[in-house]
Design a protein around this ligand. Sequence first.
Ligand code: PHE
Ligand code: FE
Length: 294
Amino acid sequence: MSEKGLNLGVAPVTYGQGDRPPRGDYGRARSDYTCEQNYSQYSPDDHGTYRRLYERQLQQLPGLACDEFIVAVKQLGEVDRIPRFDEISERLLRATGWQIVGVPGLIPEEAFFALLAQRKFPVTDWIRRPQEFEYVVEPDVFHDLFGHVPLLFDPTFANYMQAYGAGGLKASRLDACELLARLYWYTVEFGLITTPAGLRAYGAGILSSAGELRHSIQSAQARRVRFELRRLMRSRYKIDTYQATYFVIDSFQQLFESTAPDFTPIYQSVRKAIATEGEIEAGVVLPNESEVSA
Ligand code: PHE
Ligand code: FE
C-alpha cells in the first residue's frame, strides 16, 4: 500500500469490514506512515474530551489495572489537555529507549511492525468527537496514548514490544500475520496478569475502555485461561464486543520468554492443529483447561 518514492502522502488503511472511509488525513504522512502531531489543529473541545476520558479512566484503575501501568501512567504528563508527543518521547527515550511517533490512523501491518522493531510506537494524533465519547471505531489518540504508552516505560514489556515488531516482519514473510495478530490482540490489547493482590489488566484495549476494565476482571460472563502460546494462536477473537476469553500471564518476563523461541515451527504446528481440530471460538474453555479466578 505504501507509495514508494513519494515523501508525502500514502494510501489510507482500513481493517475489517466497514463502509466508512478512515478518519485520518493520510496526505500528510511520510512513506513510513508517520506524521507530525498536528498540535495546533486541536480545539478546546478536543482537549476537553481528552481530559474527561483521562479522568474517568484514571479513577477506575485501582484494583483493576496492574501496578506497572498505574505507576507509569503519570509519565504521560498533561492530564487537562492532549499531551505533546515530543515531550513524552523525551522521557520514554531516557527510560527504555522507546519513542512515540505520530500517525494519521491505522497503518499497514508491515509499516507497523517496522516501527515497533525500531522501538517507535505509532500514536494516532486525532481525538474522537464528543458524540463518540463512549465508543470509537478506530483507535484515536486517547486509546493509543493512555492505553499503550505507559507500559512502554516498563523495561521488560518494552523489550517484548520490540521483539513483537521484529517477529511481525518475519511473520509477513511466512504468511503468518493472522496467527501473530492473535498474540497482539490477546496480550498487548486484552491481556490480564496475576499479581499477589489478584488479577489485573495490562492490555491497552481494556485499560482505555470505560466498561471492559470491570468486565475483564470481574464479570462472570468472561472466561479467563492461562496464557499458552499455541492455544492462543488457535483462538478467534471478538472485535465488536467485550472479549469472551482472556489469557492470563504470570509476569512480563514469562510473556517475553515464552515468545522468544523461533515461531517458524510453531506456526506450522498451529496451522496443523487448526486443520485437524479447528479454531477455538471465543468463550470456549477446553476440557483440559482450568479457569483463572479473580
Ligand atoms: N520469537 C518470535 C519469532 O521467532 C518473535 C516474536 C517475539 C513474536 C515476541 C512475538 C513476540 O517469530
Ligand atoms: Fe491498540
